[in-house]
Structures are given as C-alpha cells and as structure tokens.
Design a protein around this ligand. Structure first.
Ligand code: NDP
Length: 515
C-alpha cells in the first residue's frame, strides 16, 4: 500500500505533468485499482475537434430524440448501479450509501429531469415589447447550444459533480468533453460506456482523463466551461476563459453555517448537523461546516451531537449498511483537516469526539466534534472538507447572523427554529446561494431550484432554467411583416417628420406619470 506521503507526492507529480499514466488509488485500502492515461494538449485538441464535427448532428436530432437517449441512460444507471457504485467506492473510499444516495440516485433523477425539462426551459420565447417602434413585428428569443462544452469536475462527487453537469449540456444539444479529477476518473469512464450503450452518437460525449494540465487544455479548446472545484482553481479557470472570451460557470468552495435558535427542535437540529457534517466524510461543498448555537440551548445541543457522532461507524465500505463515514479521498486533505483541528485546540477549543487521523491502513480522519470554537479559528472560516463539526456558543440570533455572514464563502446555510416566519426572515439575511429552514442542503435534490454560490463560492448556477440556459446563447429574432409607408428609421430626415416624433415622445413620456 502506498503511504499518504507517497500518494501526495504522486498527486503532485501528476499535477506537474511528470507522468503519462495516472494510478487510481482506493483511499480506504491503499490499493491501486486502475491506471488511466493522461491526455496531453494535442490529444485534447483532437477530442474537441471530433466533438465539434459531430455536434451539429446531435443538435439536429432535436429534444425528443436526445431525450430518448437520456431516458435510456437513466434505466442503464439503475440496472448497472452496482457497477457504478463499485467504481465510485473504489476511487473515493466513500461508503456504499454515500455512493448510492448522493450519486447514483442523483444521476438517475437528473437524466430524467433534463430529458423532460430541456424542451420547456429552452423553448422559443415570444416577447411583447413596450416600444412603439416594433409594433406589428414578431419578437422571439431562442436558445441555441454553444457547441462543445468542457466540464471539469472535482474528486468528491465523481458522478454527481462531473457527469451530472454534462447531462443538461447534452440535453441542450451540445457535445461535451468531461475532464474528471485525476484522483477519481473511473466513474466518468463508466458513464462514457453508459452513453455509448444507450445510443449516443460517437464523440458527442468524450472523457479526457488527466490532471491540471489536461484541465487547462480543455479550457483552451472548448466553447464554454462548467467548472466545479476549489475557489483557487476556479479563479484560474475564469482568467483563462476571460482571455478566450468564452463563458464559464463556476461552482466553488463553501463554509456553510448552521444557526440553532433557542426555540429549535434540538433533536432534529442535531440529526441534521451530524448527517450533513459527516455524510460523504464531510467532503461536500454544501456540508454543514460550522454551527452557531444560542447560549440557552448550547449544552443540550452539544450533548445530542456528541452522542450521535460517537455512535458512527467508520471504515472501508463492506457493502450496504456497513459504515456511515468513509475515507478522506484526496491525500493532502488529511493534512488540511489535521492542521485546522490543531489550530482550534491551540486557540482554546475542546475536542469532544475524534480529533485524529486513524492509525492503520487507509486514509481516515475520525468523526470529530469540536466545542467552544471561535471565529478566530480556521475551522470556522476555512473550508475543512472533512468529518468535523465545530460548534460555537452565541449570545443571540443577531450575533449568529453576523458571524454566519463573516465569510468569503456564500454557498448554503441553515436556520433551526420553530418560528417559521422568523426562520425565513433570518434565511433572507444570510448572503448564501441557498438557505434551508429546519433542514440543510436539501435544496440540491430539487432540480427545479437554481443552485449556486454567492461571494467566492461561485459564478452562475446549476439546476433550474439557468442551469441549462448557461449552455446556450440566446438569439433574438425580429420578423417584420406589415411595412409602414414611412418608417421613422428611414432616410431622409424631414422637419415635419421630426416634429411628429417630438409630438409622439411628449405624448408617450412627457406627462410624468405611468402609462
Ligand atoms: P480543484 O480545484 O483542485 O480541482 C477541480 C478540477 O479542476 C480537477 O479536475 C482538477 O484536475 C482541475 N484543475 C486543476 N487545475 C486546473 C486548471 N488550472 N485549469 C483547469 N482545470 C484544473 O478542486 P478539488 O478537486 O480539490 O475539489 C474540491 C473542491 O470542489 C472544494 O473546494 C469543494 O467545495 C468544491 N466543490 C464545489 C461544489 C459546488 O457545487 N459549489 C461541488 C463539489 C465540490 P486534477 O484534480 O486532476 O488536478
């Protein structure tokens, strides 16, 4: 088994382009489970050229035919779920249920959703204008696919946040080149097989495995980039996309706060806090990353959280029902978690459960509860991306709101209270892309809702109308039918004509009241 240091060094060498084949390691066992090629810039260019050639044919098939293929893929995903779960678990070290519920179920739902919703979201829009100058003309907006979309994904959700973002792009009529994380490329390759088996024309969906240099090459060739990953890399992608003047959509990091008010149902709040902090080993962009609890209920909430976390089972997946918390997928992430926990302890926090990386094989950090956290600690301000739950006691709701907003991130958030109106009022004061009252992160499964980040958590959205229109360019169509004898926008200008224009302007806008 490769040590954590070895795996970290291998990841660095891959990122620097020093190797041509990438070993894929199961982080829960340390086993090398596969090796994949690293696509260089020339190969990426060829892949994109092939995709560009076949894209018009794919677009011409229309929504119905494209939808049929996506629905076939939906069935394939359910029929082949064990294979997909095996691939996900083997490259991420996550639990069986994390792979089933947050990845396979998402992909199956999304394939059906976009197959059915694309025609509605991308239907031509008839527009009525208040301008007198276009009276009698037919005005329309249509959504035209951009061409070849590059999707670049992270390692924490190799299905949901990589292939998942390809689905609306394909439904819209684009060809797609997917660049998965070099840590977790296998799931994307299974999905390429899925799409082939379901009748997708060759080259409409391609997977370019590789590391950062492959990602850069994708940005250099495609017509639009959908990027999910860290804020640091997202900024680099945005700069490169700006240089090429191509659109990019960025889904980046988060530090989601949970606020627990004194009238909250503490059992529910504790269950949600523990689930969304520990699910997927805490490696979720919209994980509960920090909790602010009003002083009167702090001790009771913390006791409930501690008891629930102590009961969690951690380890390599042994199939259904064998563990709640899986491995840390990306080797350097263990150091990040360890550093943040050490920083919290040094600044006066108390570790109530866990707090250490686990000895033995595999990369695991113990499910960890930290109490007496303060805003000066990295665990409360930097993305941890590990199975940690730091809790801070606050005086009142105002202090909680101020601290929740005291972040460079703004992805999600949650508020717990029995006073639903007050909960919603507080939700509206949080500067986050989505806020749930008496729940967390659940907005993600409602694909009708836009999901995206405020502040440094991203630009643009996935899901909802915007989640597919971003893969298109709007085109405005104006059709003139009846032709006026004298059009205002025609030469020659005459004094009489101009006088008439002034009279019309006075009539329309000169009376100082709304028409
Ligand atoms: P990274 O930013 O490190 O990498 C993301 C992807 O970008 C990888 O495929 C990576 O390749 C590739 N890449 C790296 N450098 C470049 C570059 N210069 N140009 C183009 N592509 C590049 O993120 P992680 O993989 O570490 O993912 C974790 C992050 O993702 C967390 O911050 C998390 O919050 C965020 N995330 C956000 C979500 C959201 O919806 N907002 C959802 C899921 C995760 P390689 O890995 O092969 O080097």
């Amino acid at each position: 088994m490769a040590s954590v240091e070895q795996q970290g060094a291998e990841a660095a060498a891959v990122a620097q382009g020093a190797v041509t084949a990438i070993p894929v390691v199961n982080p829960a066992t340390g086993e090398v489970v596969a090796t994949v090629p690293r696509a260089g810039a020339d190969e990426v260019r060829e892949i994109v050229e092939r995709a560009r050639r076949v894209q018009p044919g794919w677009e011409a098939l229309g929504f119905q035919e494209r939808g049929r293929i996506l629905l076939r893929a939906q069935k394939w995903v359910i029929d082949q779920r064990e294979r997909i779960i095996d691939a996900i678990v083997s490259e991420t070290g996550k639990t069986y249920e994390d792979a089933l519920a947050a990845e396979v179920a998402y992909a199956a739902h999304a394939l059906g959703f976009w197959a059915r919703s694309a025609p509605r979201y991308l239907a031509d829009e008839r527009v009525r204008s208040s301008s007198m100058l276009v009276k009698g003309r037919r005005l329309a907006v249509r959504w035209r696919p951009l061409g070849v979309v590059g999707v670049i994904g992270p390692w924490n959700y190799p299905l949901t946040n990589s292939f998942g973002d390809c689905i609306p792009a394909l439904a819209a009529g684009n060809a797609v080149v997917l660049k998965p994380s070099e840590i977790t490329p296998l799931t994307s390759l299974v999905m390429r097989e899925c799409m082939e088996a379901c009748g997708l024309p060759p080259d409409v969906f391609a997977v370019a495995t590789g590391a950062a240099d492959t990602g850069r090459a994708v940005v250099d060739e495609v017509d639009m980039v959908m990027f999910t990953g860290s804020t640091r890399t997202g900024r680099q992608v945005a700069i490169r996309a700006a240089e090429r003047l191509i659109p990019c959509s960025l889904e980046l990091g988060g530090k989601d706060p949970m606020i627990v008010l004194r009238d909250a149902d503490l059992e529910r709040a504790a269950n949600v806090a523990v689930f969304y902090a520990m699910q997927n080993g805490g490696q979720t962009c919209i994980a509960v990353e920090r909790v602010y609890v009003e002083a009167p209920v702090h001790d009771e909430f913390v006791a409930k959280v501690r008891d629930k976390v102590v009961a969690l089972r951690q380890g390599p997946s042994g199939g259904p029902g064998t563990a709640e918390v899986g491995a840390v997928t990306f080797p350097p992430q263990l150091d990040v978690i360890e550093r943040q926990v050490a920083d919290a302890i040094a600044k006066g926090a108390r570790v109530l459960v866990g707090g250490r990386r686990r000895e033995g094989s595999g990369m695991f950090f113990e499910p960890t509860v930290i109490d007496d956290a303060t805003q000066e600690m990295a665990v409360m301000t930097e993305e941890t991306f590990g199975p940690t739950l730091p809790i801070m006691k606050v005086r009142d709701a105002e202090e909680a709101i101020r601290l929740a907003n005291d972040s460079i991130y703004g992805l999600g958030g949650s508020v717990f209270t029995k006073d639903l109106a007050r909960g919603e009022a507080i939700a509206r004061r949080l500067r986050s892309g989505a806020v749930c009252v008496n729940d967390a992160a659940i907005n993600y499964v409602a694909l009708e809702l836009p999901m995206g980040g405020a502040k440094q958590s991203g630009l643009g959205q996935r899901h909802g109308a915007g989640g597919i229109r971003k893969y298109c360019e709007p085109q405005t169509i104006v059709v003139s039918r009846g032709f006026p004898r004298r059009d205002m926008h025609m030469f020659p200008y005459t004094a009489r004509g101009t006088k008439r224009v002034v009279a019309v302007l006075k009539l329309l806008y000169g009376r100082g009241r709304r028409r």
